[in-house]
Design a protein around this ligand. Structure first.
Ligand code: C2E
Ligand code: CA
Ligand code: CA
Ligand code: CA
Length: 278
């Protein structure tokens, strides 16, 4: 047993070390990327199911590092959160996406702009004033700004959280719950906080046509949202067969590779124009 213990230890240590090294080198490069402003924002269309047109966009970070290559946000965002770098990245995304949304609305493309907010960013005491000053500086209509938070954010410090959400609502912006159904919170928070939209997590959507449990969950989330006067968006819609399923349940909007993957800013207006009824 002793021998095996030693083997396990030796097998385990190198992977631990490389994981840690990898994290550190990504963190270093994230710092460089912040300084050089070398992140990009892509935009994924959100389509109204009845009108079949783009009514919103979700801003998603993209990063190709000179040394490390393409790094997914699901890899570098958690590292940026741990090292406290997420606030400067998050502020930059807010500015960039609001500015972009304002430009598009001036050209006649009036779409909601959904922006992912990390829990750390949301909990900062100056978050609301940051949002306020970005709205002022960009001149974006606050009703077009939609902040996506996850339900876990609402678990801690409920009072502070309610205050922050109320102050954000007073600015006139919208609040969405991202990855709905995957968090650890109870449903009771839905009546305590001012929430406009539920985004059904893609893990419930991807195989929904083959899985009756997923069907029950998706059907219930749509009903719940509507009974509470909230909008509901299905994420991860990849196949045309999904459309009748979502239509039957009167889901409001969908987002997914079926319609479009996230697009660089310069491809958005031509995509949107294509889906406008002529
Ligand atoms: P998320 O907020 O849940 O974003 C949706 C993710 O699903 C995106 O991955 C998107 O590309 C992907 N997706 C969209 N449609 C489909 C589909 O039909 N099928 C499948 N399989 N996937 C689809 P992405 O861009 O890699 O982002 C991953 C996560 O990184 C995001 O998940 C979000 O949690 C985080 N993230 C991205 N940008 C930001 C940001 O600016 N700030 C913060 N705090 N987090 C961000
Ligand atoms: Ca999101
Ligand atoms: Ca999501
Ligand atoms: Ca997510």
């Amino acid at each position: 047993a002793k021998e095996r213990g030693k083997d396990d230890y030796q097998k385990y240590l190198p992977t631990l070390r490389t994981k840690r090294d990898e994290k550190l080198s990504i963190e270093k490069r994230v710092r460089v990327a912040i300084a050089q402003k070398s992140f990009q924002v892509y935009y994924q269309p959100q389509i109204d199911l009845r009108e079949k047109r783009v009514v919103g966009l979700e801003a998603l970070l993209r990063w190709t590092d000179k040394k490390l290559g393409v790094i997914s946000p699901s890899v570098f965002i958690p590292i940026a959160e741990e090292s406290g770098l997420i606030s400067s990245i998050g502020d930059w995304v807010l500015e960039e996406a609001c500015l972009q949304a304002k430009k598009w609305s001036e050209k006649g493309f009036t779409m909601r702009m959904g922006i992912n907010i990390s829990p750390i960013q949301f909990q900062r005491p100056d978050f609301v004033s940051k949002v306020k000053s970005i709205l002022r500086d960009t001149g974006l209509n606050p009703q077009l700004l939609d902040l996506e938070i996850t339900e876990n954010v609402l678990l801690y410090n409920r009072e502070e959280c309610a205050k922050t959400l109320t102050r954000l609502k007073e600015l006139g912006i919208q609040i969405s719950i991202d990855d709905f159904g995957t968090g650890y919170s109870s449903l009771s928070y839905l009546r305590q906080f001012p929430i406009d939209t539920l985004k059904i997590d893609k893990s419930f959507i991807l195989e929904v046509l083959d899985n009756s449990n997923d069907q029950a969950i998706v059907t219930s989330i749509i009903q719940l949202a509507h009974n509470m006067n909230m909008r509901v968006i299905a994420e991860g819609v990849e196949s045309t067969e999904m459309i009748p399923f979502l239509n039957d349940r009167e889901c409001d909007e969908m987002q997914g590779f079926l319609y479009s993957k996230p697009l660089p800013a310069n491809e958005v207006t031509s995509f949107v124009a294509k889906t406008e009824p002529s």
